[in-house]
Ligand binder design. Structure first.
Ligand SMILES: [Zn+2]
Ligand SMILES: [Zn+2]
Length: 297
């Protein structure tokens, strides 16, 4: 039983980060750069958690940011709770306004991702994803026994729930709070932040979509961000985007409130000092470039 629990916990964290670091912050938002082997490692960890074609995932997610909480958003709870949670997965093809050849050119140019995309035929791409994920557990069974295989499989299926749940919970205003005023319904939800390795700080993310860091306030623990920082130290990540202190202060001042109605409590967690050093200026500029194209997605 101990072995089962340890394998489950480790698998959960690694596959969850396959989504948060690989599919989301790297592929969808290009919030940092890394060697190709690092990219493939994280994306493969997400793929094994039944996440499907990376091109499909990232293209739908970019459409979510571009049309957030409007009728063109692929999964907004404003339109339908069922569709936001699961219904959007049953689509047979891309909506007319969603086109990977235009919106995900950077991913379509990768032959591996193109292969996993299966020419945009969803049922084929999804079937292949499930087959590979189940085949991986079959290998684990053959080499390490059924307990390891089952723990890994259950962790993968648990991780599959993360983005599905997040799409709903983090876009229902009464379930969380905002650090920043935004036109959409995105909110920070603490328990999603913990379960989803930092992705639950969703209001922060919608305001700074090109940032590799989602947790802003001291208690907004963002495990994925700490792993990205570690990768940067090891030389496995570079050009890591995160909002400068000046950018944070500007956004918070522009918002002026949080949803609890108290005057800018979030701002109080940011040290009171003017920062426009050359380094910060450079970073600010970088955050607004289109590689921060991410920023527009
Ligand atoms: Zn969102
Ligand atoms: Zn995003």
């Amino acid at each position: 039983m101990t072995e089962f629990l340890i394998v489950f916990a480790i698998s959960y964290v690694i596959h969850a980060m396959g989504i948060t670091i690989g599919y989301h912050r790297l592929l969808s938002h290009r919030s940092f750069c890394c060697p190709k082997w690092v990219e493939y490692f994280w994306v493969f960890m997400g793929y094994l958690a039944f996440e499907g074609s990376p091109i499909w995932w990232a293209t739908i997610h970019r459409a979510h940011h571009r049309h957030v909480d409007t009728p063109l958003d692929p999964h907004s709870p404003r339109e339908s709770l069922y569709n936001a949670h699961f219904g959007w997965l049953t689509a047979k093809t891309y909506a007319p306004h969603v086109n990977p050849a235009i919106q995900s050119k950077d991913l379509v140019s990768d032959p591996l991702y193109r292969f996993l995309e299966q020419d945009g035929v969803f049922w084929r791409a999804h079937t292949m994803g499930f087959a590979v994920a189940l085949g991986f557990r079959a290998l684990l069974w053959a080499f390490f026994g059924w307990q390891v295989a089952l723990a890994s499989l259950l962790a993968g299926l648990a991780v599959l729930q993360i983005p599905l749940m997040l799409n709903v919970v983090c876009h229902i205003p009464k379930l969380g709070y905002k650090n920043f005023r935004s036109e959409d319904d995105s909110v920070n939800v603490w328990w999603v932040g913990l379960l989803a390795m930092g992705e639950g700080w969703h209001n922060n993310h919608h305001v700074f979509p090109g940032s590799a860091r989602s947790g802003i306030k001291p208690l907004e623990f963002d495990f994925s961000w700490h792993v990205i920082r570690l990768m940067r130290k090891l030389g496995w990540a570079y050009r890591v985007n995160d909002p400068s202190e000046a950018q944070l202060r500007a956004k918070m001042l522009a918002s002026g409130i949080n949803t609890s109605g108290r005057k800018s409590k979030a701002l109080a967690s940011i040290p009171e000092r003017p920062v426009l050093s050359a380094g910060t200026m450079a970073q600010s500029t970088r955050m607004q470039r289109p590689t921060s194209a991410a920023g527009k997605r």
